[in-house]
Design a protein around this ligand. Structure first.
Ligand code: SAM
Length: 268
């Protein structure tokens, strides 16, 4: 199905191209984003412009980041520079902070996109690095990924993605989108998720890189207990001092418990 043509464009599987084609779903997503005239917004992967057109209509001007040269050429043909700024290239390497004015300005950037599913996890981690510049983000992703993002401790879906994103963002799943809303249709169900950065003073980790390494270690071997997975960071007595049982698996720990472990290690 992936070579099906949409609007004269052959969808490229390597770029995760599934184009939204259901006008009701498009309207529902745009209504959920609630774009206001003059807001600073960037769309990742505009593709054939299903969301781009209504976004420009409401905002006046939009930034987009797109990797596919054929689609970039179409965007340049269709929109003026006053309406659209096209950033050509890989969103995984794009400096989203460069769109914001002063370094100390209030976080005003809004990021949206029907994200290419083949790079969903790395793009979420990349975007987390710009949280201090961002007002909010609204994305379409595989439902399975969204369920992992918002998962609670103790559930099967809870893992590194849940902890690292919940540390930084308040998140909510808005609604699901069936495969039939796209051309070509993907094999999986999709969901819309909204992320809003938590205030900087609520981010309690003294060393975020260390937090990242500890969380990665705790979930690297899911079946193993903290006693084993965190051995290089903290011993049983250290865990006990934090009220954490070394015989638990990482999936049982809440985000603030991971933060407590990281802070004890960085203080050590
Ligand atoms: N927004 C359009 C829609 O809803 O119909 C297209 C969505 S399609 C799922 C993903 C889009 O992201 C495609 O336009 C694809 O070319 C683009 N894309 C894929 N990988 C990308 C990357 N690494 N950086 C920027 N854009 C990328």
């Amino acid at each position: 199905m992936h070579d099906l043509e949409t609007d004269g464009h052959r969808a490229r599987k390597r770029f995760g191209q599934n184009f939204l084609s259901d006008p009701n779903i498009i309207r529902k997503i745009i209504d959920g984003i609630r774009p206001q005239p003059g807001e600073l917004m960037v769309e990742i992967g505009p593709g054939l412009g299903a969301m781009t057109a209504p976004l420009i209509e409401r905002l006046g001007h939009l930034h987009v980041v797109e990797i596919d040269r054929d689609l970039i050429a179409r965007l340049h043909e269709r929109y003026s520079a006053a309406q659209l700024t096209v950033h050509e290239g890989d969103a995984l390497k794009f400096d989203f902070g460069s769109l914001c004015a002063g370094a100390d300005s209030a976080p005003t950037l809004r990021i949206v996109g029907n994200l290419p599913y083949n790079i969903s996890t790395p793009i979420l981690f990349h975007l987390a690095g710009f949280a201090d510049k961002v007002k909010d983000m609204t994305f379409m992703l595989q439902k399975e990924v969204v369920m992992r993002m918002v998962a609670e401790p103790g559930t099967e879906e809870y893992g590194r993605l849940s902890v690292m994103l919940q540390y930084r963002f308040r998140m909510g799943r808005l609604f699901d989108v069936p495969p039939g809303a796209f051309r070509p249709a993907p094999k999986v169900m999709s969901s819309i998720v909204r992320l809003a950065p938590l205030p900087a003073d609520q981010l309690a980790a003294k060393d975020e890189a260390l937090l990242g390494r500890i969380v990665a270690a705790a979930f690297g071997q899911r079946r193993k207990t903290l006693r084993n997975t965190l051995r290089e960071f903290i011993d049983e007595a250290g865990l006990a001092a934090l009220g954490i049982d070394a015989g638990l698996r990482g999936e049982r720990l809440a985000v603030d418990q991971f933060v407590a472990i990281a802070n004890r290690c960085s203080g050590a």
